[in-house]
Design a protein around this ligand. Structure first.
Ligand SMILES: C[S@@+](CC[C@H](N)C(=O)[O-])C[C@H]1O[C@@H](n2cnc3c(N)ncnc32)[C@H](O)[C@@H]1O
Length: 203
């Protein structure tokens, strides 16, 4: 499962998914994730696919979900290297998000630990890209109109994807300039894209 880069380092994967309608504050209805909760089900499936394998957790991967549907944007990061107590089902993952939503949104760029391997901060995808850049993560944008995915030359790769909605105009401005990666001409569900990225990088 561990891919070694051309420089002999373990290849790290980072995913960032934007939840346009998912609230970062207020209430989350675990019995209605797909309806009344801003499609948190989509984000939970992305977390599942990014971090869980059949019998374990991908220690080389993180995923940051962007909860943009409330008054204040909040980001929640799941770090596979240290993650504990999260189970690979939508309800468990969403339960963690629900607990975090009861807390105030931390200042932008300040990551507060909610539980082991689950952190939250203020900010949006622009802040995530700034942080990735600082950490040496080479960012890519998942889009049907892009290049084929290649891992050569990177030790740390980041992938930005949207939820059920297209990127907004403001986001498109922020994402402009980063390399677009296509996984084919058909629009796929986000968690499927994450699975394909893992498949390509695992080989
Ligand atoms: C369900 S799709 C979003 C579809 C939405 N209607 C749109 O027009 O963007 C979720 C995200 O997965 C990624 N994605 C879907 N299909 C893809 C593909 N074939 N290649 C690369 N990325 C893809 C994109 O980031 C997309 O925003």
């Amino acid at each position: 499962m561990t891919l070694i880069s051309t420089w002999g380092e373990v290849l790290q994967r980072h995913f960032a998914i934007i939840g346009h309608d998912a609230p970062g504050t207020g209430e989350l209805f675990l019995n209605n994730l797909a309806g009344g909760s801003g499609r948190v089900d989509v984000l939970a499936r992305a977390v599942n696919t990014a971090l869980f394998i059949s019998h374990g957790i991908r220690t080389d991967s993180t995923i940051t979900i962007h909860l943009m549907g409330g008054e204040i944007p909040r980001r929640v990061k799941f770090d596979g290297k240290i993650l504990r107590g999260v189970h690979p089902d939508e309800r468990s993952i969403s339960g963690h998000i629900r607990s975090i939503m009861k807390n105030p949104v931390p200042p932008i760029g300040i990551w507060q630990e909610a539980s082991v391997g689950v952190l939250h901060s203020g900010g949006d995808v622009e802040e995530t890209l700034i942080e990735w850049d600082r950490e040496g993560v080479i960012a890519h944008i998942l889009d049907t109109e892009g290049e084929e995915l290649e891992s050569e030359g990177s030790s740390s790769m980041g992938f930005v994807l949207s939820d059920h909605l297209p990127f907004t105009d403001e986001e498109s401005v922020v994402l402009k300039g980063y390399q677009k990666v296509s996984l084919g001409s058909a629009w796929l569900q986000g968690h499927v894209c994450i699975a394909i990225v893992h498949h390509i990088l695992d080989d």
